[in-house]
Ligand binder design. Sequence first.
Ligand SMILES: [Zn+2]
Length: 259
Amino acid sequence: MNAYLLTEMTWKEVEQALKTVKIAIIPVGAHEQHGPHMVESCDAVLATEMSNKLAERLFPEAIVTPTINMGVSPHHLNFPGTISLQPSTLIAILKDMIESLKHHGITKFLLLNSHGGNQSTLNLASTTLSRELEVEVYFAKTTASAKEAMSTHIESTLFGHSCEREVSEALYLAPHLVRPDQITKGDIQEEGRWKQLRPGNPIQGYYAYEEMTRNGCIGDATKASEEIGKEIVEEALLRLSESIRLLLKETDKHATQTI
Ligand SMILES: [Zn+2]
């Protein structure tokens, strides 16, 4: 793979890479239950794989940092094995990472996140750390921009966790995350306040995952395939890389104008 991966480099190699690197990609995942058919490191591994592939597309302008392999997952805690960070802990880790990397001369950051429960914390981190550390902190969901592939292949109205989308992505990027003989649909609760709190409703709020699904997954993972995963992942990588190139161009223009 032709990509700068910080964890695999010596300091001499990093020193050389920093001559061309303009942005650091920080993979942000989670350690949480993923139903009966996916392992708990799922989000951390998918964020890492997506970051590595994105850095390959952006070579030699991007470098991937170590993965933050736990996230904000209190809503999954009633399933065995989940470990959850406080939002303030996640922001503190990001702050220390970004401050260290700024010391090495990097001033632009993409938090590439694979776990929905992290999004509001990353939004806050982007706003506060950009100002406090005088850097540019952007954030994105790993595959949310794959709109075409999603609308073609995803039929479930309720999806996004250990569903046909996520299992497909894993079958393409890291099949060891999946237990093929255990693949099943979400066992969705018919009743409950969760129905009033899903995105798109007038009111949002916290609810535990078991209020919505008895087996910890949603959607219909039996429809997942490596081919669907490939389409979703490759479309998302195209959108993300285009977007970052434009951002880098704009910020370069801005930098030359202000000199
Ligand atoms: Zn996940």
